[in-house]
Design a protein around this ligand. Sequence first.
Ligand SMILES: *[C@@H]1O[C@H](CO)[C@@H](O)[C@H](O)[C@H]1NC(C)=O
Length: 237
Amino acid sequence: MILFFTPHQGLEESMSRFYIASIVLALEYLHDNSIAFRDLKPENVLIDAQGYVKLGDFGFAKMVETGGRTYTFCGTPGYVAPENVMGRGYNHSVDWWTLGVLMYVLLTARQPFTSPKTQDPMEVMRRIVDERWPIKYPPYMSEEATDLISKLLERKPVKRIGMLQGKARDIKQHPWFAGFDWEGLAARRIDPPRKPKESDSAKRKSELAEAHRGEPKEPPPATAQEMAEWDRMFRDF
Ligand SMILES: *[C@@H]1O[C@H](CO)[C@@H](O)[C@H](O)[C@H]1NC(C)=O
């Protein structure tokens, strides 16, 4: 995703809503198929020619069966969930946490646990797991957005929105999405807030290529067969 906002403030909430909602649908779909995406961040959110969202880079995606857990430490330092840092096993709960980080980044153009002064990954991860470390919400952020982000950035996975009885539905029914046309989005009937220009997609490609260079990936990149499988799953998305 090209972060097309000013340096000090993020996207307008009404615009962000479309992108966050699209990712909610994608994650819900993956989770219903027992897949944890595990590496949600702006670089992996792609915008197609019509302006709709696609998740890209399934290098970290993994099948996690109900009741199963996975232990690999992976993700991106500012985005990793506390249960991933702790190394005691986790499941798709990490995706709802990273959605909270991504939403924060979209609305503020800053990361919740990283600052220009504090980029040391160990310190960032200490903040992520520390229940007492307060996340700062800027005053221009709406009450509803602040509430939703704080429920996604709930450090205990069992209490995190998305992991409760209503699962993804709890997120869709959160007041931040009041009046949002979820069915229209799933059917690609609503107008994306922004359609990429040709020049953007050329830029996007080179940014992606850059991001991949020299970045060790674990598990190893997907096979052609897995890629075909994901293409099939995302055909309608
Ligand atoms: C995922 O892990 C949480 C605890 O972190 C657990 O409550 C939940 O049942 C697990 N979900 C699945 C589908 O295994």
